[in-house]
Design a protein around this ligand. Structure first.
Ligand code: ATP
Ligand code: MG
Length: 313
């Protein structure tokens, strides 16, 4: 739980008045562009960075007053990997387990379980320096799980991974949440937040710009759009005349397409299509486009989240 968290670095206000609660089995998606303050929030909650004002607690332990107790119940997979390149996955995990002072038999069993569960057997015994990006990321996350944390922090867990590795990380996050772990996950990918998060907090320049479920955010910001492609320019002109009195119509002559802002769901879409059909307007294609989190992000921050800024990192 975070309450009015704030942090500045000199002139830079990195985090300003951010609050949220994450329950057991819940995934909170902290979403924002580069420099939004995501990592700073994670660092404050995981005791790596001091809190300027506001407060935070995890499983009843205050982060500022009792950092040791907090460290015992959390796991963190940060943006920069914490693994030793010279050691294998098994050895790295062993190191983490010793750090948490787990007894030897427990250590052995838990590491073997994790390696099997996260399908790391194939590479678990060679040095981490030989791993692919996806294998390394998996080791990062598994290392955060050695102490069976109640709260797990994942800072951009899938940045730079291919679609298959991302899907594997997503599966792991889902199953951990199902087992009762509270998860705070930062991401710049809207589809990732959409897939995994129960609640989303959108931050930009340190400030909260929106909160809600993926569904509620999409509902509040975007409308469904029915996109109808016409066969010829004549068809487009007929459609334009036929629907001139409708609201929320926009014409895209280049793509020979007409877009309708739909407020009445499937029924209204069917009605529009039927009217075109009745007048023998030739439709080449149509689709009902639901608002995406990208529309939400654009509306809230004035920039797209998946934009190329990332390259400059
Ligand atoms: N140790 C520091 N000293 C000075 N400024 C800092 C420090 N750490 C973060 N900042 C600044 O605070 C702001 C928020 O940074 P933060 O790393 O939290 O962003 P982020 O949302 O994690 O971005 P990214 O998506 O690039 O990881 C940025 O302007 C950053 O330059
Ligand atoms: Mg970051």
């Amino acid at each position: 739980m975070a309450n009015a968290l704030a942090k500045r670095f000199g002139e830079v206000v990195a985090v300003d008045d951010v609050s949220f609660t994450v329950g057991a089995s819940e995934v909170l998606g902290l979403l924002g562009p580069n420099g939004a303050g995501k990592t700073t929030v994670v660092r404050m909650l995981t005791t790596l960075s001091s809190i300027d004002s506001g407060s935070a607690s995890i499983a009843g332990h205050d982060v500022a007053d009792d950092p040791d107790a907090v460290r015992r119940v959390i796991g963190l997979a940060g943006q920069s990997a914490a693994v030793d390149e010279k050691l294998s996955a098994r050895e790295n995990l062993e190191l983490f387990a010793r750090l948490y002072k787990l007894a030897k038999p427990i250590r052995r069993r838990r590491i073997a379980d994790l390696i099997e569960r996260f399908d790391m057997g194939e590479f678990a015994d060679r040095p981490a320096s030989t791993y692919s990006g996806g294998q390394r990321r998996r080791l990062d996350i598994v290392a955060a799980l050695v102490a069976e944390p109640l709260a797990l922090f994942l800072d951009e867990p899938t940045t730079g991974l291919d679609p298959r590795s991302r899907a594997e990380v997503w599966d792991a996050v889902r199953s951990l949440a199902n087992e009762g772990t509270s998860i705070l996950l930062t991401t710049q990918y809207l589809d990732e937040a959409d897939q995994l998060a129960d609640q989303i907090l959108v931050i930009d320049k340190g400030r909260t710009v929106a909160t809600g479920t993926p569904e509620s955010l999409k509902r509040d910001v975007g409308r469904d759009v029915l996109e109808v492609s016409l066969l010829t320019d004549d068809d487009l002109q007929s459609a334009r005349r036929l629907l001139a009195s409708e609201e929320g119509v926009s014409i895209d002559p280049e793509d020979c397409r007409i877009d309708f802002s739909i407020t009445g769901g499937t029924r209204q879409s069917l009605d529009v299509l039927r009217r075109l059909e009745d007048q023998a307007v030739n439709i080449s294609d149509f689709q009902l486009r639901r608002p995406t989190l990208d529309d939400v992000f654009l509306a809230l921050t004035g920039s797209s989240a998946d934009e190329p800024e990332e390259i400059s990192r």
